[in-house]
Design a protein around this ligand. Sequence first.
Ligand code: ATP
Length: 264
Amino acid sequence: MLTLKNISKTFNPHTVNEKKALDRFSLHLDPGEFVTVIGSNGAGKSTVMNAVAGVFLVDAGQILLDGEDITFMKDYRRARQIGRLFQDPLSGTAPSMTIEENLSLAYLRTAEHVSPFGLSAKDRAYLRERLAALGLGLEDRLSTRVGLLSGGQRQALTLLMATLIPPKVLLLDEHTAALDPATAEKVLALTRRIVAENHITCMMITHNMRSSLEMGTRTIMMDAGRIILDITGEERGKMTVPGLLERFRAAAERELDNDRMMLD
Ligand SMILES: Nc1ncnc2c1ncn2[C@@H]1O[C@H](COP(=O)(O)OP(=O)(O)OP(=O)(O)O)[C@@H](O)[C@H]1O
């Protein structure tokens, strides 16, 4: 589904601020695979997602999505196939617009739903039903402005908007990091359900070591722009948080340094 072949990215090349963020990074995700991404500060985790989303073009290597070479495709064209959530619940929704307006925009993104009359009653009922499935009571607040929602409610809504028309790949960039632990758990549970129900191929960056093992089916650990650990199946099932830290130490020959890391 998603294949990254030897992609490299250096920021500010030939200057004192030169930074090699990705160094011949390769990864292949099968359809429906859900990988969690952990690593040290500045390891290149967000840069991988930016490269997939087309925030910049990579210096070398190739990116294939569902067999199509998207290496040089403009970001707005990729956006039709790629969903993305960020840490900040303020991004991804229009705060001054209502829940219904935000959902409509996400729904009307694809040509097949566009109508000169806007949403039909059937479409509206469908969106309401999808909102109800979040279990947050938002279906009764369709005319509430999104800016008035809590961080968790907003992140749940953003998740629904990003997956209303299931994307080929969903990129979650620490999407629960700004939420309190109980709310983060709820949004993670929703994420797990929505991704599984829609069989979405997903990458999730997290600083929560426990979540990295509990969510998804595979975990990769990055350091200095490369993958230093890639576990799945039985090996991952038996892995513990201290085990992950030990594997980092063995591969990188130093302690895992990430100031936002959560160990439990
Ligand atoms: N637009 C940019 N311009 C210059 N340098 C950048 C840019 N984006 C990322 N970098 C640098 O590239 C490296 C990788 O950054 P990236 O954000 O991918 O790390 P990360 O693994 O997501 O880190 P963290 O866990 O701290 O969020 C870092 O040294 C960062 O400073």
